[in-house]
Design a protein around this ligand. Structure first.
Ligand SMILES: [Fe+2]
Length: 202
């Protein structure tokens, strides 16, 4: 189970969108996201409980080190380039779409690196079998040079944007990227609420 889609996630998604429209943002392009992120996290124990129920396991949430419940805004211009990547710092990535359906375009794509056939993070053993010291070495040598090269990637999966849809996926394992960017401001831009977290070790 690497990708989980939950529709109608929030009971009152309009209220969440209003919160996002009223939030303050800063440019986080340097943090590897092509757009803006809210200064504050919007979360609760009930929300964490909901995630645990969906995934059927205990989670480790640490908003002080990983974004959990912050809103993100991507504009047509800031997200114009595809940038395929892994979220190497977490087990799971959650993206909740907050645009009205009439504005939704594209979604989240999952990818395979064409030349090497690699479609997820390899184990240390597999990385060594391909002649590299470890995964980081392999990633630096043959994945990172292609991160912005759309032709280097084949799309293997796709989850379309839809208002109040939550997509949870193993961000640390699966190469992914937004497939389209749109809008020119807070109201018309691609609005999501983002979650990065780990599983509790059992
Ligand atoms: Fe990501």
């Amino acid at each position: 189970m690497n990708i989980v889609v939950v529709d109608d996630f929030y009971e009152k998604p309009e209220v969440v969108r209003q919160l996002a429209l009223g939030a303050q943002y800063r440019d986080v392009t340097k943090m590897n996201y092509p757009g803006f992120q809210s200064l504050q996290s919007y979360s609760s124990n009930a929300l964490v409980g909901k995630f645990e129920k969906v995934l059927g396991r205990k989670l480790v949430i640490d908003p002080s080190s990983l974004t959990f419940g912050r809103f993100r805004i991507m504009l047509e211009e800031t997200g114009s380039r595809l940038k395929v990547h892994l979220d190497g710092f977490c087990d799971w990535t959650g993206v909740l779409y907050l645009n009205p359906n009439s504005d939704c375009r594209g979604g989240t794509g999952f990818y395979r690196h064409r030349r090497t056939g690699i479609d997820n993070r390899l184990s240390e053993e597999e990385s060594r079998a391909r002649g590299f010291a470890n995964w980081e070495d392999l990633e630096r040598s043959i994945i990172e040079p292609d991160t912005l090269n759309a032709d280097a990637w084949e799309q293997t999966g796709y989850v379309a944007m839809k208002f109040n849809r939550l997509v949870l996926f193993k961000g640390n394992l699966l190469f992914h990227c937004h497939t389209e960017s749109f809008g020119a401001d807070l109201k018309t831009g691609r609005m999501t609420q983002n979650f990065f977290f780990k599983e509790e070790l059992s």
